[in-house]
Design a protein. Structure first.
Length: 367
């Protein structure tokens, strides 16, 4: 049986370093030497400064997975770090300050910093510690060790399962050519939404290839038909617009800006009736779309919902009639064309006519 990575002494070491920082915070903070001593109590050897920096990083990530970024801790400036290019998008529970030639670490975590699952128990223990450390120090430390061990064991198990899945599951299809750029952009957009800050975009217009500058108040992210989209208020147009992430050439959070979400805004309510990504003013009113699907491909419609409003009616020849109630039906045309002769539009008439026109235009490319 495959065994997943063990956590070793990490839970005890993390707890000891955290408790040392909490103990020393009222008197100005723990020095690096204090933290090296705390590490040595558990591991019977004195660690390097790099090891202490890594444990502080792990503790901060435990409290807030978004806490680290491009600014190094005091004393880390000369050290190479694989995370040096990340954007700062969270808050640290253990902060550092420089006094003279020394770095001091203080605990500045807030109650809502802990991830779900560890929140109640860990915050209760940390809240009790300053008052009860004289009488119950060993009990509180043991409980904190258990919390850290469970968290680290879960991460180790997940890493092992993921490694196994990579050997037996393969996903292919249309993916971003530069996934790291897309992931970084999504992180920045989510940070902007969380901190209520505007973003500046350099955006490629698909119809003429021009790159335009936009300032947007982000409302959320959409994932439709294998693509990510940013939706938000375009300050130039003063209307909600949707931007394909792949067409965003550059994105920057405007740190000194602030905006408010529209009262009662819900991304699901705004887009659940729309076929694609068009906004309310573009998509028009709800209308019924009926299509006929021949017997073979009909099975895919029986087992997949292509829109929340999808309804299927069986036909005597093995095919089906599919009905949708949605807005923005014009966005269905590329999808309908992808089915070839397996799908026929029954209504509305205007959609049927536009589909015929699009098919004729495509055919002319080959004549």
């Amino acid at each position: 049986m495959k065994r997943y990575p063990r956590t070793g002494t990490q839970p005890e070491t993390m707890m000891k370093i955290l408790i040392t920082v909490i103990d020393k915070t009222p008197s100005g903070g723990a020095t690096l030497e204090d933290l090296q001593d705390a590490y040595a109590e558990i591991n019977d050897r004195r660690p390097s400064l790099r090891t202490i920096y890594r444990y502080i990083r792990r503790l901060n990530l435990f409290f807030d997975p978004l806490s680290y970024g491009e600014k190094p801790e005091p004393g880390e400036e000369g050290l190479a770090d694989e995370d040096a290019d990340e954007a700062v998008i969270g808050e640290k529970a253990i902060c550092s300050i420089r006094r003279g030639s020394k770095t001091y670490y203080i605990f500045c975590g807030k109650e809502d910093d802990l991830p779900a699952g560890n929140h109640d128990a860990a915050m209760m223990l940390l809240g009790m510690y300053p008052q009860l450390r004289g009488a119950m120090k060993s009990s509180i430390e043991a409980a904190m060790q258990s919390i850290f061990r469970n968290s680290l064991s879960g991460l180790s198990t997940f890493a092992g399962i993921l490694c196994e899945l990579e050997h037996v599951v393969h996903v292919s299809g249309a993916f971003p050519a530069d996934p790291a750029k897309s992931e970084a952009m999504i992180r920045e957009i989510l940070r902007a939404i969380r901190e209520k800050k505007r973003v500046r975009l350099s955006y490629l217009r698909t119809y003429d290839g021009a790159v335009t500058e936009r300032v947007v108040e982000p409302h959320g992210l959409l994932y439709r038909l294998n693509n990510w989209y940013l939706t938000g208020l375009c300050t130039k147009r003063q209307e909600r617009r949707v931007f394909l992430l792949l067409n965003i050439k550059d994105l920057a959070v405007l740190e000194n800006s602030f905006y408010s979400m529209p009262p009662g805004f819900s991304l699901k309510e705004a887009y659940q009736d729309i076929w694609g990504t068009w906004t309310d003013d573009e998509s028009g009113d709800l209308e019924t779309v009926r299509i006929k699907v021949c017997a073979g491909p009909a099975e895919r419609f029986r087992h997949n919902l292509f829109h929340e409003s999808q309804r299927v009616q069986e036909l005597t020849d093995g095919g089906i009639e599919v009905t949708y109630l949605l807005a923005g039906a014009q966005e269905m045309i590329p999808w309908l064309m992808s089915w070839g002769g397996a799908v026929e539009v029954l209504e509305p008439a205007w959609l049927r006519e536009q589909l015929i026109s699009s098919l004729q235009e495509t055919l002319r490319c080959y004549l």
